[in-house]
Design a protein around this ligand. Structure first.
Ligand code: KG4
Ligand code: ZN
Length: 335
């Protein structure tokens, strides 16, 4: 088989992204972040769809240009089918279908969460199978056993909120700009992680619960502010560091348990929260302690991007997994 050249589109949330991959090598990865949501402190689905409509053609044009590839050289068009926001997914899906139809080439539907994990195969070093991947984003928190490129099994997951949501909502309570995760991370670097204690729910097996810490933080801040009106401003770095430490410890506790139970020492992290510097640093420490081989993606492949969609599409193309023109987005698509 000749080395396929694929255009991939990501539009599941608030990033419009396009990438070109050839023979498994990512040639371009253009990401347009939608700043409009900052005004509202969270993603507004209808505004996300409209921004995707405005961004998609310029982003695709740039991705093709950067890769030095013309549309007639493409062998397939891939897109994120889910999980994500329906209206946002519809833009990428409809664009991919019509572009491919016009060019007379097949389409490939990609699972966004699988793609986050397959981002590990864009650059060296690449994990060997089987490996465990802590997959942490704004909508998901799970430990996945990865047996092969397209063979993955969820071992445990959150029973309520995702860890990214906990970062974002607590960030919002502290007055940090949306999304709270990156700013909370930055502020935490100057704080004492042992300054305050926050409780987290302990779920059975490899499952998580992150709704309790949100409520705990809310009551903690309300009570402290009553005693001391400037409490947040005066202790911002310590609060961020303490919250971040609690979230990271909780994530890694179950990962250690899964690694020991299954005897798997190849450990990866993926998804937006894998950009967290505290998580990246602590994982390196755990690597030494538990004799793990750890894999941490480059920043550009942690948060939403089409490079990872392109990587997944490459493996699907090689297996002949194409979608029908009747495919529609699936906001709750499972791994
Ligand atoms: O994977 P992603 O870009 O989108 C989803 O698929 O959800 O993840 C977005 C999430 C947001 O919750 C964001 O706050 C979080 O990833 N995030 C971070 C950091 N960078 C992004 N959380 C903590 N620390 C960071 N540095
Ligand atoms: Zn994502």
């Amino acid at each position: 088989m000749t080395e396929p050249t694929i255009l991939a589109i990501e539009s599941s949330c608030d990033e419009t992204s396009a990438s070109v991959i050839r023979g498994g090598k990512v040639l371009s990865n253009i990401v347009a972040t939608q700043a409009i949501h900052e005004l509202y402190g969270g993603v507004v689905p209808e505004l996300a769809s409209r921004a995707h409509q405005q961004n998609i053609i310029p982003v695709v044009t740039q991705a093709l240009r950067k890769a030095n590839v013309t549309k007639n050289e493409l062998n397939a068009v891939a897109f994120t089918r889910g999980p994500g926001l329906l209206g946002a997914l519809l833009v990428g899906c409809s664009f991919a279908k019509s572009f491919a139809l016009g060019l007379g080439i097949p389409i490939i539907e990609v699972n966004h969460m699988q793609a986050h994990i397959l981002a590990h195969f864009i650059d060296e070093p690449k994990p060997t199978f089987p490996f465990l991947c802590l997959t942490v984003s704004g909508g998901h928190t799970m430990i996945v056993r990865v047996n092969d490129y397209l063979d993955m099994q969820i071992l445990g997951q959150t029973t309520d909120d995702a860890v990214g949501e906990a970062f974002d909502k607590i960030g919002k309570m502290l007055g940090l700009p949306y999304p709270g995760g990156p700013m909370l991370d930055k502020t935490a670097a100057q704080g004492n992680p042992d300054a305050f204690q926050f409780p987290v729910g302990n779920m059975p097996g490899y499952n998580y619960s992150f709704s309790g810490i949100k409520t705990a933080a809310l009551y903690f801040l309300r009570d402290k502010t009553k005693e001391q009106p400037n409490f947040v401003q005066d202790n911002l770095a310590d609060i961020c560091a303490s919250v971040q430490k609690t979230l990271i410890r909780t994530l890694l506790k179950k990962l250690v348990q899964a690694s020991q139970d299954l005897g798997i020492n190849e450990i990866a992290i993926a998804g937006g929260v894998s950009a967290n510097s505290g998580l990246r640093h602590t994982l390196q420490q755990y690597a030494q302690k538990h004799n793990w081989q750890v894999y941490i993606p480059a920043f550009q492949y942690c948060t939403d991007n089409a490079g990872m969609i392109a990587m997944a599409a490459h493996y699907q193309y090689m297996k002949g997994e194409f979608a029908s023109q009747y495919v529609s987005p699936e906001p709750r698509l499972k791994i």
